[in-house]
Design a protein around this ligand. Sequence first.
Ligand SMILES: [Zn+2]
Length: 462
Amino acid sequence: MVDAADNVGGRQDVGRLTQVRSSADRPGAFPLLADDHGCGWRASGEAVPADFWKRNLRVSRNKRRSGSTLGFFRSQARSKGPRLKNTLDRLARDCRGTSILETRNERDGSLGQESTKTLFQEIHRLCHVEGLYPLGWIERTECPCCGASRFQEAFKKLGIRHSRCAECDYVCVDPYPPPQVMEVLYSGDYYTRMREFYELPRLRDQGIGSAYSAPVELLDALIAKGTGGRESGAWLDVGGGLGAFASLVSRRAPGWNVSLNEMNVKSIEIARDLLKLDVLPEDSAVLRAEGREFDVVSSIAVLEHVVDPVAFVSDYAALLKPGGLLITVVPHFTRLNVHVSKASNSNVVPPFHLSLFGADNLERLLRRTELFSGFETMQGGGASFTLIDHAEHWMYWDSLLPDADHAEIRTVRTEEYPLPLNIVLNALSLAVPVTSEYFAATDGMAHLAICATRKNVTPFGK
Ligand SMILES: [Zn+2]
């Protein structure tokens, strides 16, 4: 566990599971970084044009005085920090009201066609047009992690409000979508095209390694923890999509009986045909009624999508044998994400990500169920917080959905940065490579995992 401030209560530091992206991973100056499964975007500043310093006399003088670009920005931050911040705030306010939903066709320059082409278009259509946001959406009355009812508005993204629990810093989409909107969200263009044009071809061509929702080092550590060196056992992976993780468990633990719990008809078909997985398409209540029991129940990047995370955890924990392990992996929304990055963090993808958890409040949620006797937390991936997110840049970006011609996620900038924002992003970009390891170690890494051990109780509570 790397969240040094929280390193109490039996959590273990399992060390750096994945290297923080280094500057060597970023060819050219300040490219954008799409997140691992394309379910978000993360962008840095544009490179400064070669003649930028010549064209801007004031900047040139400052640059000469300080002797380096970084030195210049250090001096600027000291003398002009508040003014730049004010400019940025104004830009961010102005941008909120503008449309970012039109993109240009890369081939002929025409404006976006009728069908959904980008992630933001999809969210806008499903929430604001068809989903009638906020009409019929449901207000959260109680924090699922700590039970408190003191919610404060945290931020908005794409016009969708997020609240923060004043007690435990849990952040959520509030109000959240009603069942009929949830249904269309997961049968819409984004999920359909992601599966059809992006995940499936990669799965076929590059193997299951292409389809993991978390770094494989972290997943391997979780599999080792789950099997505990035992030769055989029963493992259920919940909401595992096409079955990449379930398939990894099968290969790492060949003696184990691994099942995939997935409801999506197309995903089930692929998991069975392509990965030869055992699929249980029933919900947890049915599986329990059938008397099924598991040594391990895992959910990788699922809990952040569900409307009622306490019910989800309780229902699936009921399928565990006494002493069994519930393994939960979520995107990590750290303290700096809650209080600094806010909407700019790439894991803020309303209303797909309904809950944004930190290590503390996720453990509180599990404790509240009174079903578990012990917890162990792990993290993986790069730093969850990046200095780039200090400047609000997300509204300048969007992601093109994959199609038959482009079997990948393409993150596109829909508007030029105003110069002041560009300067700030460049300054922050220079600082990112030298600070990311520090933030990974002190604030937290991008993927958070928690292993919770089911209490040894009989069905009668004795
Ligand atoms: Zn709370």
